[in-house]
Design a protein around this ligand. Structure first.
Ligand code: TYD
Ligand code: MG
Length: 456
């Protein structure tokens, strides 16, 4: 550990600290990311102190809890991702690519909360844009009348001094990488600055009980820029994501001390800003074409909500020495596994075929439950036989070719029924109580081989 007043060398990518400079970070493997930083206000344990430690009280696990004070923003998709509204004194980090709509989302949130009855004070502090720019956006969104307190500032000391005196309910800092604290001798956006500024803001949010939103930039690698440490300091981490060229955006909780993770909120970016999408399945299936081989509908679960998406595969004879495999929206390792199972267990010959896989609409799926749907799309493309238009499918595939049960089958089936699907292909159900069919024709299959037989 460097001495106070000395300096240390910190990787700007992962926050790893080194006693001397080196070209490559051993922790994250990044080159040229290590820069010298002065050791500043942190490192309290090095300070000489007269105060002795005090005895802390222990309590039993049972007991009454204070009910969380949650503020609903009226933007339902955001409330759900946050676990049912904004918790007073909580800190939410919102990350995402430039231009994805973070500032738009937070300006809309801020304006909505400010317009709620109860006079909640909402502060929007922009370090990136001039006041005029934010005003133009507010006008475009039709929010210029909302009683939001807007400022353009980057000095954390000024911001803290102002907020100390306020009665804030919601504070938005756009973005944390533009903020600086005089005492820290490194440039805004460096790990030391981001950490010190966040520390001060978070301390104040806890003390005054306002909800703090920090906007964070995302690096090329896709994590929130600068420090992973920031993710540990905050209560909730949300990623705002979307594919370029698609107009819908997904807000995803990756950490939440006050709610479930993996919850998603779906928005559509329109001319007047972000509009909530209440029925994402209908949106994702909107452009589906009938009677085309290589396409099937996967009944997935995102967070607590069922989402139906179209999975498309294209299998064509390769012109290369080694066949191409390309995936958009799914894990390429998982595709390799499904292909290997189809080859080894079902005798399909895919080694002379290029395989392209696409999750239509630009959604990213992480569930293994999509295995069976992927296999189905590949077989359909290879055999050039389209699937029934009104069929959904889900299930995980094991290495021996067995089809494994996945979570919440009934939720998936209910959603399929709701959207007018008539049949479902799924893993065998073992327990009696989930034997309901929800008016669907249910095909339970225990092995991938059965899937191939369905095409004959
Ligand atoms: P912005 O919120 O500035 O993104 P971020 O803060 O994440 O960098 O969003 C900018 C993009 O959104 C820009 O490309 C224009 C688009 N946009 C709309 O399509 N409609 C709108 O109403 C607004 C305000 C922005
Ligand atoms: Mg912005």
């Amino acid at each position: 550990m460097a001495k106070r007043g000395g300096s240390e060398f910190v990787c700007q990518n992962c926050g790893m600290v080194y006693p001397r400079w080196q070209g490559k970070c051993d922790a994250c493997g990044e080159w040229n990311s290590i820069i010298e930083e002065k050791v500043g206000g942190e490192g309290f344990s090095n300070l000489p102190s007269k105060r002795k430690g005090q005895i802390i009280d222990f309590v039993p696990l049972s007991g009454s809890q204070e009910k969380l004070d949650r503020l609903t923003t009226t933007i339902k998709e955001l409330d759900r991702v946050c676990g049912g509204g904004l918790v007073a004194g909580s800190v939410i980090l919102v990350g995402g690519d430039p231009g994805i709509g973070k500032s738009t989302l937070l300006l809309q949130t801020c304006a909505k909360v400010a317009e709620l009855p109860g006079n909640h004070e909402c502060y929007y502090i922009s370090g990136e844009e001039a006041i005029d720019q934010v005003r133009i956006r507010a006008k475009r969104l039709g929010l210029e009348k909302a009683p939001v307190k807007l400022a353009s500032a980057t000095d954390i000391k000024d911001i803290i001094a102002t907020l100390e005196k306020s009665n804030a309910a919601v504070v938005i800092i756009d973005s944390i990488q533009t903020m600086y604290l005089e005492e820290v001798e490194s440039t805004p956006g460096s790990v030391a600055q981001v950490r010190a500024c966040s520390y001060e803001l978070i301390k104040l949010a806890k003390k005054k009980g306002f909800t703090l939103f920090l906007v964070g930039h995302v690096t090329k690698q896709g994590s929130i820029a600068g420090p992973r440490v920031l993710e540990h300091m905050v209560d909730t981490v949300l990623y705002f994501e979307g594919e370029r060229g698609h107009h819908f955006r997904i807000l995803r909780a990756v950490k939440n001390r006050y709610g479930a993770t993996d919850e998603i909120g779906v928005f559509e970016m329109q001319d007047q800003g972000l509009v909530e999408v209440e029925n994402p399945s209908a949106l994702f299936l909107a452009e589906r074409q009938g009677n085309i081989s290589g396409s099937c509908v996967f009944a997935g679960i995102e967070g607590s909500r069922p989402v139906l998406v179209e999975i498309q595969a294209l299998v064509s004879p390769t012109g290369y020495a080694s066949p191409k495999r390309a995936v958009v929206g799914w894990d390429s390792n998982r595709l390799a596994m499904v292909l290997a199972v189809l080859e080894a267990r079902c005798g399909m010959n895919l080694s002379s075929q290029d395989v392209y896989l696409n999750i239509a609409g630009g959604l990213r799926i992480t569930e293994p439950a999509a295995d069976l749907a992927v296999a189905m799309a590949i077989i359909s493309s290879l055999t050039n036989k389209p699937l029934p238009h009104d069929m959904v499918i889900f299930g995980e595939i094991g290495l021996s070719g067995e089809v494994r049960a996945v979570s919440q089958p009934s939720l998936r089936m209910k959603e399929a029924r709701k959207l007018g699907f008539a049949s479902v292909v799924m893993p065998p159900r073992h327990s009696k109580d989930n034997g309901k069919s929800y008016d669907l024709n249910v095909y339970e299959i225990g092995n991938v081989q059965r899937l191939i037989n369905m095409f004959n």
